[in-house]
Design a protein around this ligand. Sequence first.
Ligand SMILES: NC(=O)c1ccc[n+]([C@@H]2O[C@H](COP(=O)([O-])OP(=O)(O)OC[C@H]3O[C@@H](n4cnc5c(N)ncnc54)[C@H](O)[C@@H]3O)[C@@H](O)[C@H]2O)c1
Ligand SMILES: [Zn+2]
Length: 382
Amino acid sequence: MTVPLKRSDSVVVEVALPDRAYDIVIGRDVLGSLGVRLAALRPGARTAIVTDRSVARHWLEKAEAALAQAGVATSRVIVEEGESSKSYATLEQISEALIAARIERNDLVVALGGGVVGDLVGFAAAILRRGVDFVQVPTTLLAQVDSSVGGKTGINSPQGKNLIGAFHQPVLVVADTAVLDTLPARQFRAGYAEMAKYGVLGDAAFFGWLEANHAEIFKGGTAREHAIAISCRAKAAIVARDERETGDRALLNLGHTFGHALEAATGFSDRLFHGEGVAIGMVLAAEFSATLGMIPQAEAARVKRHLAEVGLPTQLQDVAGFAQEGLADADALMALMAQDKKVRRGQVTLILLEAIGRAVIARNVEPATVRDFLQRKLANGK
Ligand SMILES: NC(=O)c1ccc[n+]([C@@H]2O[C@H](COP(=O)([O-])OP(=O)(O)OC[C@H]3O[C@@H](n4cnc5c(N)ncnc54)[C@H](O)[C@@H]3O)[C@@H](O)[C@H]2O)c1
Ligand SMILES: [Zn+2]
């Protein structure tokens, strides 16, 4: 399915799902090849690009020009940016717009944006006419290394995040690393936390490489492409093994149980981006593993040092407004963790470390042990 490229430096990673295998194409300026790729994938199909206001300002014209050049018919749907768009209201807006644009079963919906657009548009595609194919064109680092791959789509309910959704795999992912040049630095850093996660959970050599090469990744250039490709390969391998998260895919939740509690405590606001919560959560998971004697303290310190070096928050005290209600209280954090779907019948499931590069699913963690650990972190940060 891979179309020959004019540039030689793009990388293709395959997500090897039976019946639904697809490519992730990664490279600088690959957005320019979007039209040729869609024309080859689905000759004669109509397309609709769905994006948010901010991404539209920077990248919609380039995407549309690429489609026009290859003679691919397209229309545009623009939604407000931000997490609040993962809502019933915006889903309705998109669904009605796609019907009005006459997108039918053999056509393609293109999600151009970060994880919000990807999740929302993927879900809209999953339910439009009982399912139309869609293409991910991720424009944030988080979306390129994580959310655009693996087929989890959905919206938020007023009762919680991602509660309404479906598994719906894209038919192609086109990750242009140049679009990240317009991404605000804080957003880029937040995505970097998910990238580092792949090293910490399953690839010690990659983690070491990130320690040496992170500056180049932030600057752009081939180190960025390489790191995104390694991350996608890691996610693709896990998804191919366990699409529906009945086993190994849970390893990708490293740092997320703690992280979600912090996100909830800060009201899913700009006080803490998702990736920032994951960074703190990953350090807590490493430190908790050390507390249990699973890894040496020095290994946990190494995880923390690297994330701090790129400017990510690494401890509870780094969260804006930390001293306010909720956050500085171990019981409140435990209550928020208990709302997470990873808590069953009084036992917490956490992803812990046996080494940097070797994460395990720990299903029967005693809540009291976690609580004492958090209490200690809150008291002295150590
Ligand atoms: N489906 C999954 O497997 C999965 C995994 C992780 C996260 N997610 C979801 O992803 C969402 C977060 O995604 P995100 O961090 O990409 O946030 P986002 O989509 O909200 O994007 C962040 C901000 O950056 C802007 N932006 C995006 N690309 C840009 C660019 N190239 N230049 C300038 N601005 C740009 C957006 O308009 C937005 O304001 C959450 O809703 C989370 O639940 C899903
Ligand atoms: Zn995440």
